[in-house]
Design a protein around this ligand. Structure first.
Ligand code: ACM
Length: 520
């Protein structure tokens, strides 16, 4: 499972200067047999360093094999790469452990690598990807993007299947690079969530935060409290049929994400945004009056009663079952937009729920309002509106940067975009790209940040095709904000690289917005 540790030590200056070479800035000459030639490529997020090797490119042909070590995780990534390469090429691409075989794509663990670091080296005779197990998976995504977009075809198409002779040394800037899918306002099927995970994987994101409960729906089966999903999951915004994930379905999503080194972070939003839970358990509201199912979109009016032990008993059941379903470190407790409780009651609630999560062996994430409470240094606060996030730093808690005017990917691209909302901003692709998480917020520096996340709230989004339209190309832009060193990023370079991804999205069946900012 992907571990979320603090960001890696700063990248050596030499690597950063190579990154600069990508965008045309002069860097010092590197020693060794390869020269730091500028390489034109379309990889997103841009690698830390990419250099041209001497000699011919690698050509996939009917003899190409994938060689992996016996380590099961690496072998699985090898099988996934083979499954990607076979349909378009029509080549057999066996996955073997015979390291002497020529014409091979070799995947190797590097036991001294850390985090998601990898190296990828292409010569005429071989392709080698080495790194941590997660790094190898990230490197495979780079290899995929070095190949023609038609490699994504699920029918046989003509090559040639050429991979340029390059050496890439790469690792992420931030340990947390995520998106959030709101499955509460509209419900998304397991298959739709997997399609979204596929998109995250292509762009080296490593967190999918699932917003599993809100006023309009409760979307996860809790076996000890079956009414939550059975009564709270029946509808969605606009009055459609809603739904929920059984624990077996949810476990399937978690496993699918895990195979792609993506951590699922489940969110139960509380004490506000709880109408669906209160439909199932009206005794947890202070009034005890059973509420009606809710299919509109106003916020801030519902709340669990913070002064009842029954409230914490239910939360304990929910968190215990969620923790058992969660191999990752974090459970998200929401905490946003509570307008009907006193300040004191809100703080008491957050601190008690924080303790419940920790008692079940997990760490807390909450929206930035939880910064008003006494947080543990291991808790993460998610900045979205910027007025209480710095409070979280008092206790040593760190921040996930999701400032709404930059990272809320459910905002419209232009005033006339059919889908999306406008309350935070109108956000074109360049707006998502052109900010630095380390300087965005006064009082917040790089050391206070674990990474970035692009939430996609689904009030206007009834299926995954609509989600893709708002996510692409803005989520790839945010992925580069999270992965690539700030000094190696440039909008004029990104907009050209991302334009080359449109044919890939067409092969993959991914819907996207043809931004006028991008030279398609
Ligand atoms: C939020 O957008 N209410 C976190």
């Amino acid at each position: 499972m992907t571990e979320h540790r603090p960001p890696h030590p700063r990248i050596p200056a030499a690597l950063i200067s190579l990154g600069l070479a990508l965008i045309g800035c002069p860097g010092p000459r590197q020693p060794g047999p390869v020269s730091p030639t500028r390489v034109t490529h379309t990889v997103v997020p841009a690698p830390v360093s990419i250099r041209a090797n001497q000699g011919e490119p690698f050509r996939l042909d009917s003899m190409t094999s994938i060689v992996t070590t016996n380590v099961a995780e690496v072998a699985r990534t090898g099988q996934m790469l083979a499954a990607l390469l076979r349909p378009a090429t029509g080549f057999p691409i066996p996955v073997i452990t015979d390291t002497t075989r020529p014409g091979a794509i070799a995947l190797r663990l590097n036991t001294s690598a850390t985090g998601e670091a990898y190296e990828l080296s292409v010569t005429r005779d071989s392709i080698r990807i080495s790194g941590t197990a997660s790094g190898i998976f990230r490197g495979v995504q780079t290899l995929r993007q070095l190949m023609p977009p038609s490699i994504e075809s699920d029918m046989r198409v003509n090559g040639p299947w050429v991979v340029p002779a390059v050496t890439i040394v790469d690792q992420p800037r931030f340990a947390w690079r995520g998106s959030m899918l709101d499955v509460a306002r509209h419900f998304f099927t397991v298959d739709e969530v997997k399609q979204f995970i596929d998109l995250l994987a292509l762009y080296k994101l490593n967190v999918l935060h699932l917003h599993l409960a809100d006023d309009q729906g409760w979307r996860i089966e809790i076996k000890s409290r079956p009414r939550l999903a059975e009564l709270g999951g029946v509808t969605q915004v606009g009055g459609g049929p809603g739904g929920f994930y059984t624990q077996a379905e949810y476990a399937d999503i978690v496993r699918y994400a895990q195979e792609r080194y993506i951590a699922i972070v489940p969110e139960i939003d509380m004490p506000g945004h709880t109408n669906a839970a209160l439909v199932a358990h009206p005794e947890l509201s202070c009034s005890r009056v059973p509420p009606a199912l809710y299919t509109r979109t106003e916020v801030g009016w519902s709340a669990f009663c913070p002064n009842k032990e029954e409230t914490y008993a239910l939360i304990d059941d929910v968190i215990r079952e969620l923790a058992a379903l969660t191999p990752g470190r974090y459970i998200h407790i929401g905490g946003d937009e509570v307008e009907v409780l006193t300040h004191e009651d809100y703080i008491k609630f957050v601190e008690r729920v924080q303790d419940i999560v920790v008692r079940h062996g997990k760490e807390v994430v909450g929206w930035e309002e939880i910064g008003k409470a006494r947080l543990r240094p291991t808790t993460l606060a998610q900045l979205w509106k910027s007025d209480s996030a710095v409070l979280a730093l008092r206790s040593g808690a760190k921040l996930i940067m999701s400032p709404a005017p930059k990272a809320y990917l459910d905002m419209k691209y232009t005033p006339t975009t059919e889908l999306g909302l406008t309350w935070a901003a109108i956000i074109e692709v360049s707006d998502v790209y052109n900010w630095d998480p380390a300087t965005y917020q006064a009082g917040v520096t790089e050391s206070n940040i674990v990474g970035v996340e692009g939430p996609i709230w689904s009030e206007t989004l009834r299926n995954i095709t609509a989600v893709q339209y708002l996510a692409v190309p803005r989520l790839p832009a945010l992925a580069e904000v999270g992965w690539t060193p700030q000094s190696a990023r440039a909008w004029d370079d990104f907009r050209v690289r991302i334009a080359a991804h449109a044919p890939r999205w067409n092969y993959l069946g991914v819907n996207y917005y043809r931004s006028p900012q991008v030279p398609w």
